[in-house]
Design a protein around this ligand. Structure first.
Ligand code: AMP
Ligand code: MG
Length: 277
């Protein structure tokens, strides 16, 4: 199955999340096999990141969105964990601080965008400003409704500047969310993650659905596509995201730069040094 194509949202296409299986996986997919496949994908990811860092021309921005307990943190740990921390920066966006809120909504995201050669991961992102903000009327409709165009322009700016932008919506269903909340209660190591907001947001499930659907439809572009990932099964979610990122990075056709020194001369000096020992 070609994941990059299957889960990519075509520009302008309406998305109907309630009718997309969060449980989905291809019938013939065997979990054991997937674990091996996943291992080789994360190795490839690490090599591609190394190449990106060395080439120092392009950058990658991964945007992760999803409901509470959708698996954003787990995806970062499991899919991007094997990357070299030196070439990677994760930014988690919370309720804006006073100073952030005093600027235009994109300000805090733009400064966190990856510089040349780097991988940037957004754990929540500028999309919160058309998600939680819209669901809870934190600004009037006439303000948030203009933001889709601002977001598309912002992402085009990043793309024109050499950034590969890939956006993932981690799709879980209501039952799965409740089950994951239960695990947070039952596992003492997960208690710290529990937030009252998990429960106070749940009654807004349908409003969030509508907000996610709009954001994904209006802002999936050729420059910065959205992918809707069936995410009830963590191992399938990880496989698909790793596969899509590898595919897109390979498409950049990056190359190691030519050495900045005369290699013949360096070899000669090396032999001299060796002989002098
Ligand atoms: P968590 O990711 O669980 O640590 O929670 C972060 C919280 O910050 C979530 O409840 C988000 O909805 C909230 N948040 C993130 N960005 C914004 C924003 N731009 N405006 C309002 N709330 C936000
Ligand atoms: Mg949370």
């Amino acid at each position: 199955m070609e994941y990059s194509r299957s889960f990519r949202v075509k520009p302008g296409k309406k998305v109907d999340l309630d009718n997309l299986g969060a449980d989905f996986k291809p019938d013939n997919l065997d979990r054991k096999e997937v674990e091996q496949q996943f291992g080789s994908l994360t190795e490839k990811l690490r090599d591609l990141q190394h190449l990106m860092y060395a080439e120092d021309k392009r950058s990658l921005l991964v945007v992760l969105q999803g409901r509470d307990a959708a698996g954003k943190d787990g995806t970062i740990r499991q899919v991007f964990g094997p990357m070299n921390p030196q070439g990677c920066r994760v930014t988690s966006f919370k309720v804006p601080s006073k100073i952030e809120a005093a600027h235009d909504f994109l300000w805090r995201y733009h400064v966190a965008a990856p510089r040349r050669g780097m991988v940037g991961i957004f754990n929540r992102s500028h999309y919160e400003d058309v998600l939680v903000v819209r669901v809870h009327d934190l600004v009037p409709k006439k303000v948030w409704s203009k933001r889709y165009d601002h977001i598309n322009a912002f992402e085009k700016l990043l793309a024109d500047n050499g950034t590969l932008v890939l956006k993932f919506y981690l799709h879980i269903d209501r039952e799965e969310q409740l089950e994951r909340f239960k695990k947070r209660i039952d596992n003492p190591k997960k208690n710290w993650k529990i937030s009252g907001a998990d429960y106070s947001e749940r009654p807004y499930w349908d409003s969030y659905t509508k907000a996610f659907e709009d954001a994904i439809s209006k802002c999936s572009t050729d420059n910065a596509p959205w992918f809707v990932i069936p995410a009830n099964r963590k191992w399938f979610r990880n496989l698909v995201i790793a596969d899509i990122v590898v595919d897109a990075m390979e498409g950049l056709k990056m190359r190691y730069p030519e050495p900045s020194v005369d290699m013949e001369e360096i070899r000669r000096m090396y032999h001299e040094a060796e002989e002098a020992e």
